[in-house]
Design a protein around this ligand. Structure first.
Ligand SMILES: NC(=O)c1ccc[n+]([C@@H]2O[C@H](COP(=O)([O-])OP(=O)(O)OC[C@H]3O[C@@H](n4cnc5c(N)ncnc54)[C@H](OP(=O)(O)O)[C@@H]3O)[C@@H](O)[C@H]2O)c1
Length: 570
């Protein structure tokens, strides 16, 4: 099923690359008419799926003159992909982004806002006119025909060369109906549009490494689906929401949520319906802040681990169910994007016989564990605190059921309860218990992923890396063996502070002072607690007093013994 063997081998040696690169460059001087593969591509592949001779072009050369369609451009990965594609492949013809109306904003206004944000600073500096290449198409992917008007649809059919399908609902607690609608049905609709495209070269589907998280060992193949997606979609049409929700746990079986379940179904749809297209599936694990590009630590949302890191930094998250030794398979967003762009290049140039699946993970080559995540998050936020922290950062990860519930009661609920009382007394409305309940819900959704480990084969990722020219290896680096986790985690945490919470670095001294104040409050609180315990138990009970004197005299004897033995040595 999974195509690991490319149809044509990459020619080796600079002898071949040198002169062809020159020829490609001169061909690139002429912009090809929209909707047509570039001259280079046609010469290289002969327009067929099984080339006799493959001419390798670099990644930027491959994208030269191409029209790219991107879904999910307003999302976390989509915007990083858009920026990187425009910046590192400056001769790309145009990027058509399918965007829906949201919160009263038009798709154009949304893209305008996104491209004006910090993520695009570097691109704006390097290519001030980059926005001219972004063509915004209004599209609600769950609507019939993707909600595209006939002329626009025809335009896409005529001109698109490469599709990146990033849009999805990534909410773990999405209803099955909504998850199927977006993750499966819209993928099916996009594939059907892709089939009509006359110049399409590659269809890239972004999936997740957890699509088959019910397996411990995950290869780079599409596994049989848990249910026939068509039958499921037919059934959902006549079932009411109550019934759908009732049968959801039975349907998803040993998967933890509707997200992973529907992503597995989508992969099957891509495999079945994309058989005649040149298709590749990218499966990232847990996508985190950027490693290097456009600058280290860029992140703009609370999703997944970022929200937990912030909660830990604020001192609200004190415990979580996790296996300390389990692999935390984080992968930086720029690694995923670089690999996605390279995978499209590889499929476009080589036309592999079968669908290519890439597990885009770090655990196999550069493992990092949840205990290490905890250590680095806490130490970073102790050195560089978040503003107005609730308590000093400290987290206990545990897989022990009793300990977990103990810490939840003592470290989460009790302080939140006391703080809410304080807020009431001072005439403000209580809010901490609500925050804690929201945090617990988020933790519950994530604990499956922090308590288990998986093994992913990453041979295709390695193969792809080996295909890149030395220059592309630098520009589109996805070699996670080079990732230094301590440095990455520090940048990640600082990224949450700067780009998610919009806190200024100039506020650090005040934040540190606040943390010292919290430490003094804790010392004061603990002293009062000890005195109270003394008053209640020791002063009132003879037995407690006897135990107390016994412990004190034992300590005294130990001290005297050590003092005596250390004096004897001199
Ligand atoms: N983030 C991760 O950790 C992770 C890990 C593994 C795989 N992935 C995969 O990577 C891809 C991108 O994820 P992400 O983290 O970037 O997600 P995200 O930030 O939630 O973005 C999702 C994108 O899909 C769009 N979308 C959702 N519903 C739509 C609809 N009905 N019509 C049109 N567009 C719609 C969203 O547009 P709006 O802005 O209009 O909502 C947004 O642009 C997904 O396929 C996901 O499964 C992500």
């Amino acid at each position: 099923m999974g195509g690991r063997e490319p149809r044509a081998q990459r020619p080796t040696g600079a002898a071949l690359l040198g002169p062809l690169r020159g020829a490609a460059q001169s061909a690139g001087e002429r912009w090809p008419a929209p909707g047509h593969a570039s001259g280079k591509q046609r010469r290289g592949l002969g327009g067929g799926r099984r080339p006799q001779q493959v001419i390798m072009v670099s990644i930027p050369e491959y994208y030269e003159g191409k029209n790219v369609l991107l879904t999910g451009a307003t999302g976390f990965m989509g915007k990083v992909l858009l920026e990187k594609l425009l910046r590192s492949c400056p001769k790309v013809q145009a990027v058509y982004v399918l965007v829906r109306h949201k919160s009263g904003q038009t798709p154009e206004a949304r893209i305008q806002e996104i491209t004006s944000c910090k993520l695009f600073d570097r691109l704006r500096e390097e290519q001030p006119d980059f926005k001219e290449k972004i063509i915004v198409i209004t599209s609600e992917l769950t609507q019939p025909e993707l909600d595209l008007s006939s002329p626009i649809k025809q335009k896409l059919i005529d001109c698109i060369n490469i599709i990146f399908h990033c849009a999805a609902t990534v909410r773990f607690n999405e209803t099955l109906r909504d998850a199927v609608q977006l993750n499966v049905l819209s993928t099916k609709q996009l594939l059907s549009l892709a089939h009509q495209m006359t110049n399409l070269e590659v269809f890239i589907h972004v999936s997740t490494a957890y699509a088959y998280c019910n397996r411990k060992h995950i290869e780079e193949i599409v596994y049989p689906p848990p249910v026939d997606p068509k039958k499921l979609m037919d059934s959902l049409e006549w079932m009411d929401d109550g019934l759908v929700n009732d049968i959801t746990p039975k349907l998803i079986g040993d998967r933890p949520n509707t997200y992973t379940y529907t992503k597995a179904l989508a992969e099957y749809v891509v495999q079945q319906e994309g058989a005649k297209l040149n298709t590749a599936i990218i499966r990232p694990s847990i996508v985190g802040a950027s490693w290097k590009e456009p600058f280290p630590g860029w992140i703009d949302n609370f999703n997944g681990p970022s929200g937990l890191f912030i909660a830990a930094g604020k001192g609200i998250l004190r415990t979580m169910r996790a296996t300390n030794g389990a692999v935390a398979d984080l992968v930086p967003v720029d690694v995923v994007v670089n690999m996605t762009l390279a995978a499209a290049w590889y499929s476009g140039v080589n036309r592999p016989r079968n669908i290519m699946v890439y597990n885009c993970t770090t655990g196999g080559t550069n493992p990092f564990h949840w205990s290490e995540v905890e250590y680095h998050v806490i130490s970073t936020f102790k050195r560089n605190p978040l503003e107005q922290a609730f308590r000093r950062p400290n987290v206990n990860l545990t897989s022990n059921h009793l300990l977990y519930h103990y810490w939840i009661a003592v470290s989460h609920k009790a302080p939140a309860f006391l703080y809410d009382i304080y807020l009431r007394i001072t005439g403000r409305s209580p809010r901490m218990m609500k925050t804690i309940s929201r945090l617990h819900k988020a933790m519950m959704l994530l604990e499956y992923f922090t308590s288990n480990s998986w093994i992913w084969n990453t041979e295709n990722m390695t193969m792809l890396m080996n295909q890149l020219t030395p220059e592309d290896k630098k520009t589109f680096n996805f070699d996670v063996r080079q990732l230094h986790w301590a440095e990455y985690m520090e940048n990640y945490c600082m990224g949450t502070k700067k780009y998610v919470l919009n806190e200024e670095m100039s506020g650090l001294p005040a934040a540190r002072k606040h943390l010292n104040k919290l430490r003094n409050i804790r010392y004061g609180f603990n002293t009062i607690l000890v005195i109270l315990i003394w008053r209640i138990f020791i002063a009132r009970s003879q037995m407690a007093r006897n135990i107390w004197y016994f412990v004190v005299s034992l300590c005294y004897k130990f001290l005297s013994y050590f003092r005596a033995s250390s004096t004897m040595r001199y």
